[in-house]
Design a protein around this ligand. Sequence first.
Ligand code: PMP
Length: 311
Amino acid sequence: MTKFAYFEGAIRPIEEAKVSVMTHAFNYGTGWFGGLRGYWNAEQEQLYVFRIRDHYLRFLDSGKILMANVDETVDDLIRATVDLLQREGYREDCYIRPLGYKADAMIGVRLHNLHDRITIFTTPFGRYIEDEEGARVCVSSWRRVDDTALPPRGKIVGSYVNSALIKSEAVLNGFDEALVLNHDGHVAEGSAENFFIVRGDSLITPPIHANVLEGITRRTIVELARRELGLNVVEREIDRSEVYVADEAFFCGTGVQVVAIASVDHRPIGSGKMGQITNRLRDLYFRVVRGQEPKYAHWLTPVHQSEAVTA
Ligand code: PMP
């Protein structure tokens, strides 16, 4: 159970972290957010937050798109998060949700001349997709929001209606997740995950300008694939039919972590089971985030007895 939140500049009991129904962001979707994970390492008795600085840099960038003017710096947000997690005292995996919002209690759609606030709360968190070893996926009948209408490179509250439409359609039709096409008709990503395919020795993912989120896990996978597996990583457009003939496919994201895709539109991907490259990347990812790969310790912020100075 969540006990605390960072709210109006301080850590307070969660019951006190409340906003009015008149709040601008509640009425118009004028908020932005982030999503981070804390990983519990039982052997080391340590909770590690993965790539906290990169997440908060993207969080502040999302705010920039909404003309946000906030008091907190990246370092303030890192400190507040570590403080919050220490107070919650988690000894298990958890999720961290920073949320920025236009806080004025007023009617009037706009971005300028409004007051921005940041809140952060955390919650214990396990799996996101039940079958992590082989998700059944469809192509959504919805299209991804476009940079010309509602920029998907940042995490803007209102644009998650697009994600909710995509996810509910998929699940209610019996699938685990959906791939969504952008307005050019190329594959963008999942409802809340970036997307990769494997063809031969190449790992391929859509470029950011294909209307995908600037995913931190996506960046992590690209680096691990190049450095540790020596794969040729290519950012380029992917057609729907290219997914059908790919050797492997997977989703990645903070929530979903790395999830193999077993089928798309009822067509098995590769053997229909988790492929070798996905398996290797997935194992490596889990070792890195849980603090079992010293080489990547710079991506981890230890929460307990921490000065919160790491990246
Ligand atoms: N795409 C979308 C639309 C998302 O909401 C997320 C989850 N934040 C991702 C991709 C994955 O991003 P990240 O790896 O930074 O969590």
